[in-house]
Design a protein around this ligand. Sequence first.
Ligand code: ADP
Ligand code: MG
Length: 494
Amino acid sequence: MTLVDTRTPNPKYFISGATGDWELVIGMEVHAQVTSESKLFSGSSTEFGNPPNSNVSFVDAAMPGMLPVINEECVRQAVRTGLGLKAQINKRSVFDRKNYFYPDLPQGYQISQFKDPIVGEGKVLLDLGEDGEVEIGIERLHLEQDAGKSIHDQHPNMSFVDLNRSGVALMEIVSKPDLRSSDEAKAYLSKLRTILRYLGTCDGNMEQGSMRADINVSVRRPGGEFGTRCEIKNVNSVRFAGQAIEYEARRQIDILEDGGVIDQETRLFDPKTGQTRSMRSKEEAHDYRYFPDPDLLPLEFDDTFIAELAKHLPELPDEKSARFIETYGISHYDASVLVASRRSADFYEAVAKGRDGKLAANWVINELFGRLNKQGLDIDDSPISADQLGAIVDLISKGEISGKIAKDLFEIVWSEGGDPATLVEERGMKQVSDTGAIEKIVDEIIAGNPGQVEAVKTKPGLLGWFVGQVMKQTGGKANPGAVNEILKAKLGLE
Ligand code: ADP
Ligand code: MG
């Protein structure tokens, strides 16, 4: 790949060393397991968690004379993903053999795509909060087979091989070296995972290994020539990616500042120590003796095939976020939080539809998500439904309950369930907007606190104290607007 620098150096990201500032450069190769019932070139099941070697056909075990047959659904999934990455779709692509020996690779080669991948250049948009948006280039996406798994902990002096994963379809999604910090790298992984999940082309479960990242890291003087990179293999969580990059940057800077050079090598991240260690020196493409697989014709499809898939794509996070901002008047930041998963976006929309969108966003993000996070729950496990939260928002909008009472009501609905409007009736939580009732309480407070009444004339800030007293007496149920007006009138503050 020809390396082009598309970014302006951001001093905020610089890492200071003994000899001056350094800048990180990161590019990622993400392996995403294609969501499909069967493998890339055989009819075996892809189901996770089955007994070892139960999802294996003669093709997956590479028995002599077996022929691979392309699974059309995997091709569709790759094209859908390409469309979701706003990428060039290549109507003609070629499968190659990438030759290497591994005990869990019975063919002695992996079928992959080298020179002519199914998807070309695309992009992923990152929302960096106050730093704005940044576009990360996608170099390519190609289809390839996964390998099996060697198991070393079942027997004292033998290793076993499980071929269940052998032949499962992977998409390798290669980014350009456009990332400049560990935070950007983490944001990229999360965003990519969100897009894949919206599309339904990969489940994105990193802890199960269905999405894993090879992270290429180098350092350089800000804006200078690209440095030599190291590749950290198979990182399986967003948090580990951040840790691995931070460690690796420091390691490389220390070597360079001591007058050393970086060896281009493949490294492993150890989550226990937070360090990376050398695994092998970097192999080059020519080491693999790539050549077109003679058992497979070039993969070809036409514009209709692509158009049909494009027509049925779901609304993707960026588009959804733009629509939420437009329709519900919420902030860019709130929108990006809400669309991070399709389920939470749907939940929000069910609450916001026909209501005050900002108020709805506030309740979904601050109250609901906050509460879910605290208990380690997912939106799917929310004890409060969108209908119930919508009803709470309605009660606030209509002035029937105050924001403070709404929080109490939220707690009740969270732990006991029930219809919010009925609960408000039954438990007498209604806001007192009856001015007569409020006036009576205000009169009592004024009569009982002559000192404060005198003081508020010169210190208008004391009004808050009076409001507090009224709230205390009404159990937080007085309408704050009405309380303020009545107090000001009676205290002669206007
Ligand atoms: P290979 O397939 O041999 O690993 P590629 O040239 O295809 O190499 O690049 C793989 C990844 O490494 C890409 O994501 C690319 O953006 C990234 N990359 C390339 N050069 C650098 C560099 N100097 N620093 C950091 N990342 C890099
Ligand atoms: Mg690589």
